[in-house]
Design a protein around this ligand. Structure first.
Ligand SMILES: Cc1cc2nc3c(=O)[nH]c(=O)nc-3n(C[C@H](O)[C@H](O)[C@H](O)COP(=O)(O)O)c2cc1C
Length: 190
């Protein structure tokens, strides 16, 4: 077992819950959210919180300067355009002193068999040399697609773990035991 339990960690994630209203959701809205005590969280956001809660990691949510639309088909159009144009959407805010972190949990939803382009923006912007990078993904079934290889290519001097955590959107709400098991395997929980 690794011993990462004393590492200083940061959870970096992007998540796009398709509504803020806990009631009367459409199918697409339901599929992209978890409701906890009346609060709507995105799927990846929920996993990010469970990781932070169980490891004491700090948390940074990647948010675009220009917010994405909540409407599903508008969101799909924009995501497709960003991907086909190889865009780098600008990130609002910055991570304070990324050098203080030994480990970066790096989470995103699968968008069209890849990371959302804003994750590329993050990897372009931050040098993760020497850090352990632990990818996690939520998806409708595609898992990581080739994203772990892409992260490695973009951060060649980071130690990117190849067995990242992949959670299906159908089971996010019940995924805490799996998340804890993965964190334990990776040495973040003893
Ligand atoms: C624009 C877009 C593209 C998507 N493409 C895929 C895909 O290629 N494969 C897949 O399994 N799921 C895909 N999904 C489903 C999301 O990965 C899934 O709903 C995810 O859990 C959403 O996480 P979030 O609520 O944190 O944003 C896509 C969703 C959106 C909005």
């Amino acid at each position: 077992m690794d011993s990462n339990s004393t590492a200083k960690s940061l959870v970096v994630y992007f998540s796009m819950p398709e509504t803020t209203e806990p009631e009367n959701m459409s199918r697409e809205e339901e599929l992209s959210t978890v409701v906890i005590d009346g609060e709507v969280l995105g799927n990846t956001q929920y996993v990010a919180y469970i990781i932070a809660e169980n490891t004491g990691a700090d948390i940074f949510r990647i948010e675009p300067v220009t917010p994405y639309p909540l409407d599903h088909s508008e969101l799909e159009n924009i995501a497709q355009k960003e991907q086909s144009g190889n865009f780098r959407p600008e990130i609002a805010g910055t991570v304070e002193d990324i050098d203080q972190y030994d480990a970066i949990f790096f989470g995103f939803p699968n968008w069209y068999y890849d990371m959302p382009m804003i994750m590329y923006s993050f990897l372009d912007q931050y040098d993760l040399t020497g850090k352990t990078v632990l990818p996690f993904v939520t998806s409708g079934g595609s898992g990581f697609s080739d994203a772990i290889g892409t992260i490695k290519d973009m951060e060649p001097d980071a130690d990117v773990v190849t067995d990242g955590l992949s959670i299906s959107r159908n089971v996010v709400q019940d995924s805490e035991p799996d998340i804890i098991e993965w964190l334990t395997e990776k040495g973040f929980i003893q």
